[in-house]
Design a binder for this molecule. Sequence first.
Ligand SMILES: Nc1ncnc2c1ncn2[C@@H]1O[C@H](COP(=O)(O)OP(=O)(O)O)[C@@H](O)[C@H]1O
Ligand SMILES: [Mg+2]
Length: 333
Amino acid sequence: MGTTAAERFSVTDSAVAADLRVLVLAGGLSYERDVSLRSGRRVLDALRAVGVEAELRDADVALLPALAADPPDAVVIALHGATGEDGSLRGVLDLCGIPYVGCDARASRLAWDKPSAKAVLREAGIPTPDWVALPHDRFSELGAVAVLDRIADRLGLPLMVKPAQGGSGLGAAVVRDAASLPAAMVGCFAYDSTALVERYVPGMDVAVSVIDLGDGPQALPPVEIVPRNGVYDYAARYTAGRTTWHAPARLEPDVAASVADVALAAHTALGLRDLSRVDVIVDAAGQPHVLEVNVSPGMTETSLLPLAVQAAGLDFGRLLGSLVNRAAARVTA
Ligand SMILES: Nc1ncnc2c1ncn2[C@@H]1O[C@H](COP(=O)(O)OP(=O)(O)O)[C@@H](O)[C@H]1O
Ligand SMILES: [Mg+2]
């Protein structure tokens, strides 16, 4: 207490990477390509606005030759979905000896797979809704009807069905009665071969961005999400007017503090680095439940991390510049 966010983050001019050459990666072939292109453009503009020499490029067949011919000092990964978050691209950048903002390949892969990440969170004592992960093959082998009956019995209703790996709300559905469960599973399997079926927790949807500029991870003000039709799906996220945000979230101070603690604990338990966004539901009793942690969060005009940065009174470009500086200083293998 007593310090401003700007002081805590010490984003000084000297920390901004004005003399570094940065490559922003955006696009990719995931369902979130369009969002990624918008994130990349926003990151590019913000870096250039603080004097950083930055360039935008897709993660396609031209990438590796370009990295070899003219290696940047650091990469910012504005790729969402598997391309940016399953860890593989980070592994390739490690092979090339090029540092990047964000967590390493192993942590990225862990956070990307929601059931694996949830198991780590639960092990660490961090609350996350009860769940079962069901690969499509097992679902068929064990008999869909028997499996779904057992799930509804054990986890209760309503349920949330979503792809084990994925994002932007694609393939996700709330199931309020047992009869709707099969259709939700089919919809989910269109996006991923494994479905995550989770206890639905009613409450406030909150996103907590975590930033580490060298003094350990810090939570930015929580952002409250209020989708107009009650569901934070793809359309609600990326269509103007479909969602209202409150930054900071309308939470009592003690609840806001416990939400920040849980987010920091999740970031740490998953072994993350630099930045992440922890998606949380705060129930009626003020208890936070972690849904997932994003290692390459959206950076568009309506994305949650930039809103949190603004609510903290920080400059997005300077913050990115500081993160780039830290990444560039990292010794790679
Ligand atoms: N168990 C749950 N209980 C209540 N709402 C949920 C639950 N799981 C997901 N949601 C809702 O769906 C949204 C997307 O879920 P999330 O797990 O964050 O996946 P992603 O953002 O990767 O699509 C959440 O922001 C929340 O609104
Ligand atoms: Mg989410």
